[in-house]
Write a protein that binds this ligand. Structure first.
Ligand code: SF4
Ligand code: SF4
Length: 409
């Protein structure tokens, strides 16, 4: 999964607005799981250094839900009010039943979005998606240079992505490009936007890397300087003015360089529900890193139980779980204390304030991470790519760098 499909991304907000305009989202309330993200597989031919999938994904690759189980999940979520379906992975196109899932999504009235690296998208399949009623295809791009594209994904996919972009456009889809921004491509923002314009992109999301999963493992290697982020934002704003409404450009500011956290997933268990490849139901992509949590699985109990009754979905809903400084903070309803996973991964305490908050007693951890990224001894360590071999090492408890972020007290 690229960083595009995180929570309520800016492009997703845009798609949601479109879904509402199209009449899909009648009578919604904030108590429903409006967004269903189907992470249909953890298999992927790419090995992105910033991949958001869990480092231990190898544990979950053997037991994928069947087509029938996915269709049941779609039906159940729709009954509960879900209107927006993201089909993600891994690379979803490694499954040969995405066409069936798309057809069912259309029948049920979802607004559907395929989130893909492009590998596996053929003329035949895109034609079937069009006929089946898929609304959007969101394609990840990485750079204007073959060298960086191939390096950061650890594959030779540069030419293929350009061909897929053209194919998406030729089939009358709006072109939605996602580009994860990091140290290796942040100097190419203008050229990336020019490439997007030349490809006829309708939407471009410049998603600065957030640090979870594999990107946390590679944090010091990927993190750009604050000055580079400011410059990238300035160039983006200039470009936006130049192209106007022809191409909508979103620049997602990275958490580490703000002083308040985001309202993660728009609130735990508020509007977002993820079903993973093996059927676990999660309120956020990373939730399985949290300690002492048992997540429901669609094979055992349905989505309604997961959403309404499961201890996991109720644990961090609202503000009752909070402690200082969040519990007495006048801003607590704005951000709900930030991200539980980020709090746990960095502090070892899932109930701590998200350390990106400057009021957090752990905020020095963010400052240290920024300093580490400038330290050549740390920042020049080799990248650990998202591969089955590396994931197996993590599952086996390997004590290399891959494990250090998960071994906090
Ligand atoms: S390796 Fe890359 S393409 Fe594959 S799931 Fe991860 S981010 Fe997406
Ligand atoms: S202290 Fe907690 S509630 Fe207040 S701004 Fe920081 S993270 Fe948000």
């Amino acid at each position: 999964m690229t960083q595009t499909s995180l929570g309520e991304s800016v492009v997703q907000k845009e798609l949601h607005a479109q879904a509402q305009n199209n009449g899909v989202a009648a009578n919604i309330t904030q108590t429903q799981p409006l967004w269903l993200l189907a992470e249909v597989t953890y298999r992927c031919p790419l090995h992105c250094a910033f991949c958001y999938n869990p480092t231990d994904y190898d544990k979950h690759t053997q037991n994928e839900l069947t087509t029938e189980q996915w269709i049941q999940a779609l039906r159940d979520a729709r009954k509960m009010g879900a209107i927006q379906l993201g089909i993600s992975g891994g690379e979803p196109l490694l499954r040969d039943d995405i066409e069936d899932i798309v057809i069912e999504a259309r029948k049920l009235g979802y607004y559907s979005n395929l989130i893909t690296s492009g590998v596996g998208l053929t003329e035949k399949r895109i034609q079937a998606f069009k006929e089946g009623g898929l609304d959007h295809i969101q394609l990840s791009m990485h750079d204007i240079t073959e060298e960086i594209n191939n390096f950061i994904t650890n594959t030779k996919t540069f030419e293929l992505k350009k061909k897929v972009a053209a194919m998406i456009k030729n089939h009358g889809y709006p072109m939605v490009l996602n580009v994860v921004i990091h140290r290796y491509n942040i100097g190419h923002i203008k050229e990336i936007l020019e490439m997007a314009e030349a490809l006829g992109a309708d939407y471009v999301e410049l998603a600065n890397t957030q640090y979870y999963g594999w990107s946390l493992v590679n944090r010091s290697q990927l993190m750009p300087l604050k000055e580079q982020i400011d410059e990238a934002e300035r160039i983006t704003n200039e470009f936006r003015e130049k192209v106007g409404n022809k191409m909508k450009i979103f620049f997602v500011v990275p958490d580490y360089f703000g002083d308040r956290p985001k309202k993660c997933m728009n609130g735990w268990g508020e509007v977002f529900m993820i079903v993973t490849a093996n059927g676990d139901v999660l309120p956020c992509h990373s939730a399985r890193v949290l300690p002492n949590m048992a997540f429901p699985n669609v094979r055992e109990k349905g989505l309604e139980y997961a959403w309404k009754e499961s201890p996991a979905f109720n644990k961090y809903r609202g503000t009752a779980w909070m402690k200082g400084p969040c519990v007495t903070c006048p801003e607590k309803m704005n951000d709900l204390g930030g991200c539980r996973c980020q709090a746990f991964l960095l502090t070892g305490d899932a109930e701590a304030a998200d350390p990106v908050c400057s009021l957090s007693p752990h905020h020095h951890l963010i400052e240290k991470a920024i300093e580490d990224s400038k330290n050549p001894v740390i920042a020049n360590q080799p990248i650990i790519f998202r591969t089955d071999k590396n994931s197996k090492k993590y599952v086996a408890g390997d004590k290399e760098r891959i494990a250090e972020f998960h071994a906090l007290p």
